[in-house]
Design a protein around this ligand. Structure first.
Ligand code: UD1
Ligand code: UDP
Length: 364
């Protein structure tokens, strides 16, 4: 007999996206299992999100940890094959575009377990990014595709995915943001980190930006240019710690490097910022909703709606300092938000999954 809905979570952005879906399914009385792959494992990259977002403790943590792409993906597959065989989930729900996402998809479909993808159809069309392969391959395997943004529907259709499998549901990352909005204290930056005046938050973790020492050195120089005008605070992802530090990140007294922050602290910092510099996917969306100017240090984005509907702008290293200056002078953006980014994505997903499970069991 097929039992519970199983969620596979592995990395920081997954936790933020899954929380409202799990909550909405629980409200409808579904039995659920949460499997943490262990891709992210530091307390500040994992546990703190479960506590702050009220996520239930994972039923299992596979403990795969860090490693090469093949090793990490394979270890998740082996652990999940065992889990899915023992527990026969009615459907597996995966999130976003990390290695744990595609690994869970492969493990599920090879066992004939139905698969649902939250944040389906995002495309950067940049094949040099591991996430682009994770997205495309995951979407090919899915029975149900939950899109956060309208352009995803066309991309999925072009890739041959059946129209009735795709549902535009809004954005669960925005559900989490709206649910916690009252807790984001814009004075946190000055209170906890001594930031004065208009300050800039930076996050960097993409391999293309932080893995190579020459590129890291270019970005550190650009951040120092920004720091000539404003305090810059960087909650540093562990991936870039060694290269960015070796490139002299700490050499400017107005660059404040801190450990990765909990969700409430991070969003508080963002809420009080004059601008954000990032290569994160989620941060491009959160700043769209919070209307904080965002400068994205990438040549492309899988989230173009944050450029057309928000104040996100793709910038090169050379443009960064002047773009930040312009953004901090122009101030907040007040355009129309993307459709259905209203805090109700979780309940929409829960209702669609419930209907889908009902029709599947009627077919048995
Ligand atoms: C992963 C995702 C990326 C996502 C990011 C979110 C893939 C291919 N990449 O990138 O899409 O944007 O998460 O943060 O899935 N490390 C620690 N502690 C941890 C986790 C990682 O120190 O808790 C360090 C390790 O040195 C590890 C490195 O960070 O080798 C990279 O971790 P990994 O999960 O492989 O990729 P991310 O860069 O975190
Ligand atoms: N985040 C956080 N603390 C931090 C940095 C990020 O809580 O110090 C949150 C924030 O909500 C962000 C999410 O983690 O949207 C995922 O961030 P990350 O950049 O790691 O992943 P991506 O969205 O690029 O895959």
């Amino acid at each position: 007999m097929r039992a519970s809905i199983t969620h596979v979570l592995g990395a920081r952005p997954n936790f933020v996206k899954a929380a409202p879906v799990i909550r909405a399914l629980a409200a409808l009385g579904h039995e659920q299992r949460i499997i943490h792959t262990g891709q992210h494992y530091d307390e500040r990259m994992s546990d703190i999100f479960f506590v702050q977002l009220g996520l239930p403790e994972p039923d299992v943590n596979l403990g795969v940890g860090s490693g090469s792409h093949a090793r990490q993906t394979a270890d998740v597959m082996v652990g999940l094959e065992r889990e899915f065989t023992e527990h026969s989930p009615s459907v597996v729900v995966v999130y976003g575009d990390v290695n744990s996402t595609v690994a869970a998809g492969l493990a599920a479909v090879k066992l004939g377990v139905p698969l649902a993808h939250v944040e389906a159809g995002l495309r950067s069309f940049d094949a040099s990014m591991p996430e682009e392969w994770n997205r495309r391959l995951t979407d090919q395997m899915c029975d149900i595709l939950f899109a956060t943004s309208p352009e995803a529907i066309g991309f999925l259709a072009r890739e041959g995915r059946p129209v009735d499998a795709v549902h535009l549901v809004g954005n669960p990352m925005i559900d989490t943001l709206l649910a916690n909005l009252e807790k984001f204290d814009a004075s946190y930056g000055s209170r906890a980190h001594g930031l004065t005046g208009k300050y800039v938050v930076a996050t960097l973790h993409r391999p293309a930006n932080v893995d190579s020492p020459p590129r890291a050195a270019e970005l550190v120089a650009a951040l120092h240019e920004v720091a000539a005008e404003h305090d810059v605070i960087i909650p540093l992802h562990p991936r870039g710690r060694a290269t960015l530090t070796a490139a002299g990140l700490l050499d400017s007294p107005r660059v404040h490097v801190v450990d990765p922050l909990g969700y409430i602290e991070f969003m508080s910092l963002v809420r009080g910022a004059a601008a954000i510099v990032t290569d994160s996917g989620g941060v491009q969306e959160e700043t769209t909703l919070l209307r904080v100017p965002c400068l994205t240090l990438r040549p492309n984005t899988e989230r173009p709606i944050t450029v057309t509907s928000g104040s996100n702008r793709l910038v090169t290293r050379d443009e960064l300092a002047s773009a930040v200056l312009k953004a901090t002078n122009d101030g907040p953006y007040a355009g129309e938000l993307p459709p259905l980014w209203d805090g109700q994505a979780g309940p929409r997903i829960a209702r669609i999954l419930t209907r889908w499970l009902g029709s599947e069991s009627a077919d048995d």
